[in-house]
Design a protein around this ligand. Structure first.
Ligand code: ATP
Length: 637
């Protein structure tokens, strides 16, 4: 993305920040954020990523590393000048990369985040804005919380030129040619007056230890001691996942999660193990506690990182983790893949396919354990990630059974989240079917008239209200030998079910009036509905619409229509409730001569009523309003 106000003068170029960056910088400086020290973690994290990227490029172009093979990060403290300088000898940034990486935010979800932040930081909720910064992980830009201005001088590995990016974080930045002799990036931070604590050697050592101990690179602190420059290695510099579990503290796991997942929340679950056998690999994966912002991005990208023998290969590998586990963050480090594997070679790679299958199985079985051990915590997980995990029921045949066991749903029994097994255990005597209703959200589904008869008989119905539900239901006809049945489709087989209330068990018989009404409605609504019949599922409402047995469920049809994915739609069946006062009244009128014409408007009004209860508009809203007005006028005369 280029910026809007690019001006070049004598090689010093002025650039405007992308609007989102300006807003972010403004909000960061003006909101109350107590953990300002995270800027250092963010910069060290970027430096470590830059070294990882170089190590990967050097696999195919070894010359890039030749002159300076020891990858490292250093932090130089100059108390007198009031500066901190963070240097790395990683991949570096070219002129254009400085512009695109340090002048824009390309991450999806940024605009939505900005809007929420703007509301909070403009109002009284400055503290909340601060905690949102924490959640978003503003990366490089967080340095402006502690600095007057900063200079980034960078030389891309393999390039001859270098550039200095300079900004005080207000509106614009400059770029000027530099004379950096070696590859990598130096960031000079001019510390603000109110942030002098970050010029304190002990404080710095502590921050690096806390936040960056897991970084697999040496980090040194360079200081002036009695006129002499001293440097001291601060972290262990060993990849965290290679260390034994017993030696890793919870905080170290957490910090690594923040680094690897570019996340700021705490991990909800941590999975660290080494597989040995035919294939050898180490896994350190996390389930976040908060849904990442790009969770529903159509690209469905996984952010997990692939390493080969501790060398970072890619964080953009479709075959490492299935799309329905894209919320996982972490790494897989393989011993068996060749080090010089290119990202293209990873596609359809049999070793990777085996790793993916085994890792997926392990993640799902760990989730299963969690679900058993702590159902409440699992319910929180499910609320965030269930809709994503359910995509697997649709697309991963080999794991379908395992995923179905993990699935949870709200039901008409109002018992919180239930599994299919919970539902089956509560089924009524003689019930052989798992009933469900799909809908845009649970509140809409709860109001559906089609549920009335099921409620009256105490038969539990599952609310399936994620868009993905309509799709997996097409692929999965049953669970544990029990067929799935939509309550908005086919004839409701409620007659043989014993209800809680005896009265409801009586079989509904057509009277001559009802037969006459059905005839009148069929004639008047020909071509608009597929059929008209007496309902078994209504108790309170007069009418409802259902899909015929072999047809597509109403909700799915609506979704596909909205996305222009449907060539032909099927007509619905209009069901009428013989016990309803309105139906009784119209039925009496239907038994009279000439009723087909006389009841034209009533027929249309009944259909429109059913449509409105489905959340749809009447076919012709103006005609509907006219008919309703006429009926009201008549009744008030
Ligand atoms: N020291 C560095 N060397 C090379 N490139 C860097 C360096 N620091 C930052 N970058 C580049 O700038 C980009 C933006 O960094 P920034 O920290 O804002 O975001 P991020 O690291 O991509 O994500 P997050 O905000 O989650 O940390 C990085 O993705 C990287 O490409």
């Amino acid at each position: 993305m280029t910026t809007d106000t690019d001006v070049k003068t004598d090689k010093v170029e002025k650039h405007g920040f992308q609007a989102e960056v300006s807003r972010l910088l403004h909000m960061m400086v003006h909101s109350v954020y107590s953990e300002r020290e995270i800027f250092l973690r963010e910069l060290i994290s970027n430096a470590s990523d830059a070294c990882d990227k170089l190590r990967y490029e050097a696999l195919t172009t070894p010359d890039l590393l030749k002159e300076d093979p020891e990858l490292q990060v250093s932090l130089t403290l100059d108390e007198k000048a009031g500066t901190l300088t963070l240097s790395d000898n990683g991949i570096g940034m070219s002129h254009d990369e400085l512009i695109s990486h340090l002048g824009t935010i390309a991450r999806s979800g940024t605009s939505a985040f900005m809007e929420q932040m703007a509301q909070k930081s403009d109002g009284k909720d400055k503290k909340d804005a601060g905690s949102m910064i924490g959640q978003f992980g503003v990366g490089f830009y967080s340095v402006f919380m502690v600095s007057e201005n900063i200079e980034v001088t960078s030389r891309r590995a393999g390039a001859d030129e270098s550039w200095t990016w300079h900004s005080d974080g207000i509106g614009e930045y400059t770029l000027a040619p530099a004379a950096k002799a070696t590859r990598g990036t130096d960031i000079v931070i001019h510390i603000k007056d109110d942030a002098k604590e970050f010029l304190d050697e002990h404080r710095l050592r502590n921050i690096i230890k806390t936040y960056s101990d897991h970084i697999a690179l040496p980090i040194t602190l360079v200081m002036d001691k009695d006129g002499e420059q001293k440097s001291e290695r601060v972290n262990e510099g060993k990849a965290l996942w290679t260390r034994p579990k017993s030696e890793i503290t919870e905080d170290q796991y957490k910090e690594f999660y923040h680094h690897v997942g570019h996340a700021m929340d705490d991990p909800w679950m941590t999975l660290h193990y080494k597989a040995e056998g035919v294939l050898e690999y180490t896994v350190l994966m996390y389930v976040p506690s908060q849904p990442p912002m790009d969770l529903f991005d159509p690209a469905r990208k996984s952010r997990s990182k692939l390493y080969v023998k501790r060398v970072f290969i890619t964080d953009d590998c479709e075959d490492l983790i299935p799309g329905y586990l894209r919320f996982m963050r972490g790494i897989v480090d393989s011993q068996d893949l060749p080090l010089n594997i290119s990202r293209e070679m990873l596609q359809n790679n049999p070793v990777l396919a085996k790793i993916q299958s085994a890792v997926t199985k392990k993640i799902l079985s760990e989730l299963e354990k969690k679900a058993k051990k702590d159902p409440e915590a699992y319910a929180t997980f499910w609320k965030s990630f269930g809709p994503v995990l359910k995509e697997g029921i649709y697309e991963d045949f080999s794991r379908r059974d395992q995923l179905m066991k993990l699935a949870r749903f709200e039901t008409t029994a109002d018992k919180g989240l239930s599994s299919f097994d919970d539902y089956i255990a509560r089924m009524k005597e003689g019930q052989e079917t798992i009933y469900y209703i799909t809908g845009d959200n649970i509140n809409v589904a709860k109001r559906s008239p089609q549920l009335e008869g099921f409620r009256a008989k105490g038969i539990e119905v599952l609310y399936l209200t994620d868009a993905v539900d309509d799709f997996w239901l097409q692929m999965v006809p049953e669970y544990d030998g029990k067929k799935f049945q939509s309550v908005t489709k086919g004839v409701a087989d409620l007659e043989d079910k014993k209800g809680d209330d005896k009265k409801d068990d009586e079989k509904k018989e057509n009277t001559p009036e009802i037969d006459a009404l059905i005839g009148v409605l069929k004639t008047n609504l020909e071509g608009v509905v597929k059929d008209v019949r007496l309902s078994n599922r209504l108790t309170d409402s007069a009418v409802c619409l259902v899909a015929d047995d072999g047809d597509m469920d109403i909700h799915l049809q609506r979704i596909l229509q909205q996305h222009q994915q449907l060539q032909e739609t099927s007509l619905r069946v209009l069901e009428i409730n013989a016990d309803h006062a309105l139906i009784k009244a119209v039925a009496a009128a239907a038994a009279k001569d000439g009723s087909v014409n006389a009841l034209k408007d009533s027929a249309q009004l009944l259909l429109d009523q059913a449509r409105i209860m489905e959340g749809e508009l009447p076919e012709d809203p103006t005609a509907f309003a006219q008919r309703l007005s006429a009926v009201m006028t008549q009744s008030l005369k």
